[in-house]
Design a protein around this ligand. Structure first.
Ligand code: NI
Ligand code: MN
Length: 229
C-alpha cells in the first residue's frame, strides 16, 4: 500500500510503511503549510528544481534525517556544497534506490535561485519525476507548461497517479492540465501548485469536474492523505 500525503503547494510525501520520501518540501515559507520542517522524517528528498517554493526546506530536512537529496545534477551540486548527501541524476535517466525507482522527465520551466541581491545562481534544468514505489507509478510533473511528450511518459511508465500543477501564471493552468491528463492517461490525478499565492488562485473543483470519465480526480486538502491500494 502506498500512502500519499499533500503538504501544500507541490509538496507530497509517499510512504509504503518501509520507506518515506518527500518531494519539493516548501514548508516554512508556505502560508498554507501545517507541518514544520523539523517534524519531517524521511529517507529521501526529491527536488524538481531550484526555485524557493520547491527547494524549500530541503537542506535542513536532509541534514536532520541523513536523507539523500535526489535532484538534477546542478541542483544536487548546490545541495552537496551545503554538506548534504546527494544523488545527482538527469533527464531521461533512471535509478533504483532502496525506496523505489526514479526517472527524471523534462519540464518546461526555470531553475534559477536568486540571492538577496538578486544575483541568480542557475541550477540547471528543472525536471519532473516518475517514481515507482510499492508497484505503483506516480508522476510528479514539477513546475511545467504543457508538452506533447507527456504522451511518451504515459506510454513508457503507465501511471497510477499524476500530480499536476493547475495554478497557471508559472505553470499549466486548468485547461492545459486537462490536456495533460489526456496525454498521460493516468488512473488518478491530484492537482497541485494552486492557491498558495493570489497569483495562482484556481478552483480545483473546476479541474476535477472536467476530467474524462475514466480518470479519477482527487482534491487533497493540505495535510490530507490518500492510499493507493
Ligand atoms: Ni518554479
Ligand atoms: Mn513553483
Amino acid at each position: 500500500m502506498l500512502n500519499i500525503t499533500f503538504l501544500g503547494h507541490s509538496c507530497f510525501t509517499l510512504d509504503d510503511d518501509k520507506h518515506k520520501v518527500i518531494i519539493d518540501p516548501f514548508l516554512s515559507g508556505n502560508p498554507l503549510a501545517q507541518v514544520k520542517p523539523e517534524d519531517v522524517k524521511v529517507n529521501a528528498i526529491l527536488l524538481t528544481h531550484g526555485h524557493g517554493d520547491h527547494l524549500g526546506d530541503a537542506i535542513e530536512i536532509a541534514k536532520a534525517n541523513n536523507a539523500t537529496i535526489v535532484a538534477p545534477f546542478e541542483l544536487a551540486m548546490h545541495c552537496q556544497a551545503q554538506d548534504c548527501i546527494v544523488h545527482p541524476m538527469h533527464i531521461g535517466g533512471s535509478h533504483d534506490f532502496e525506496f523505489g525507482r526514479v526517472t527524471l522527465t523534462i519540464a518546461h520551466h526555470g531553475s534559477g535561485l536568486p540571492d538577496d541581491k538578486g544575483n541568480i545562481a542557475y541550477l540547471g534544468n528543472p525536471c519532473g519525476f516518475v517514481l515507482r514505489m510499492d508497484n505503483k507509478s506516480v508522476y510528479h510533473a514539477g513546475d511545467t507548461g504543457l508538452f506533447y511528450d507527456m504522451k511518451l511518459i504515459g506510454e513508457l511508465y503507465p501511471l497510477d497517479l499524476a500530480l499536476l500543477p493547475i495554478g497557471s501564471n508559472f505553470t499549466m493552468g486548468i485547461m492545459e492540465a486537462l490536456k495533460a491528463v489526456e496525454l498521460l492517461s493516468p488512473k488518478m490525478v491530484i492537482p497541485m501548485h494552486y492557491n498558495t499565492f493570489d497569483v495562482i488562485e484556481q478552483n480545483p473543483q473546476d479541474f476535477v469536474s472536467r476530467l474524462p470519465g475514466a480518470v479519477e480526480g482527487k482534491i487533497l486538502e493540505v495535510g490530507q492523505s490518500h492510499e493507493l491500494p
